[in-house]
Ligand binder design. Structure first.
Ligand SMILES: NC(=O)c1ccc[n+]([C@@H]2O[C@H](COP(=O)([O-])OP(=O)(O)OC[C@H]3O[C@@H](n4cnc5c(N)ncnc54)[C@H](OP(=O)(O)O)[C@@H]3O)[C@@H](O)[C@H]2O)c1
Length: 263
């Protein structure tokens, strides 16, 4: 067993990483809308970083002073202290900035895996995504830009669209557009980027049509969220004539499946 103290600090720049400090996962969980239901009474919170205070004499995988994040979806990070089995946590490399450590488990890791696990993306390739201003979407933009991969980023109409456009372009977005702009000016918006190899869907419903219309034949649309609360909608022609692959991704499953290795 180990004893962990949670880092509770104010992160003044937190909104640079996620629009809401309470990530969507945590709010779904809090409303009992998440598939993994903890045994009650339970502590909420998916994200957070802790510092190991003490370890039992047989523990070898962590030591006092290590910064750790949860390995499981049910540990609950909204707490000041925790006593748990050492296998319930994962050690972060020394020197990992606290803000990064506290938020890496869900949205940033999801973005990384989405870009890594479904298509072989090379510099110059292109990815299209909806909900591009979400925490996960912003992470996709930044990781893709660091790899030289173009992103077409769909956001919802809003009065301050130009502010959002320049903010996301500042993160590395290639194109920021709304669905209506893309419908009206598709040719000019898409003229300087290749057709996307990968579509990332966090909205579902009819928003999938917009992603699939741009996707290269035989490539993949990965659904990782359903913000519209609608089913995934796929035109029959996308399956028959374009032979696209429709996949899903769940970060919690990845954490469970890889909890004991070093990925
Ligand atoms: N599968 C996984 O492992 C995994 C991991 C991480 C996240 N997710 C999912 O990814 C999604 C984003 O999570 P997040 O924490 O990054 O969210 P977030 O930062 O809270 O952002 C929410 C996003 O959803 C958009 N949105 C809200 N309601 C919408 C609607 N009715 N139609 C279309 N768009 C809507 C928002 O756009 P506006 O700004 O226009 O409101 C914003 O872009 C969630 O569905 C979450 O569950 C899944």
């Amino acid at each position: 067993m180990i004893s962990v103290g949670t880092h509770i600090e104010s992160f003044p720049n937190a909104n640079c990483l996620s629009r809401n400090f309470l990530i969507h996962h945590s709010s779904n969980r809090y409303k009992c809308q998440y598939p993994i239901k903890p045994t009650l009474p339970a502590v909420g919170g998916f994200e957070g970083v802790g510092e190991v205070l003490e370890v039992g004499h047989r523990v070898t995988n962590v030591k006092p002073g290590d910064k750790v994040i949860s390995n499981t979806a049910t540990l609950g990070s909204w707490r000041t202290h925790l006593v748990c089995n050492s296998s319930a946590v994962r050690t972060l490399p020394e020197g990992t900035p606290l803000l990064f450590a506290a938020t890496v488990r869900v949205n940033m890791s999801t973005a990384y895996r989405l870009l890594q696990d479904f298509e072989d993306l090379q510099p110059g390739d292109c990815v299209i995504q909806n909900a591009a201003n979400s925490g996960a979407g912003q992470a996709v933009i930044q990781i893709a830009a660091a790899r030289g991969v173009n992103t077409i980023n769909i956001v919802r109409d809003r009065p301050d669209i130009e502010d959002l456009r320049s903010y996301l372009q500042g993160l590395g977005a290639t194109i920021v557009t709304t669905e209506s702009e893309l419908r009206q000016n598709e040719k000019s918006i898409m003229q300087d980027v290749p057709k996307p190899k990968l579509a990332l869907n966090a909205v579902s419903g009819k928003s999938c049509f917009v992603l699939l219309k741009q996707l290269q034949p035989k490539r993949t649309m990965v659904t990782y969220g359903g913000m519209s609360r609608q089913p995934v909608m796929v035109p029959t022609s996308s399956l028959i004539f374009s032979d696209i692959k429709v996949r899903g991704y769940w970060m919690s499953r990845w954490h469970e499946e890889t909890a004991t290795d070093s990925k």
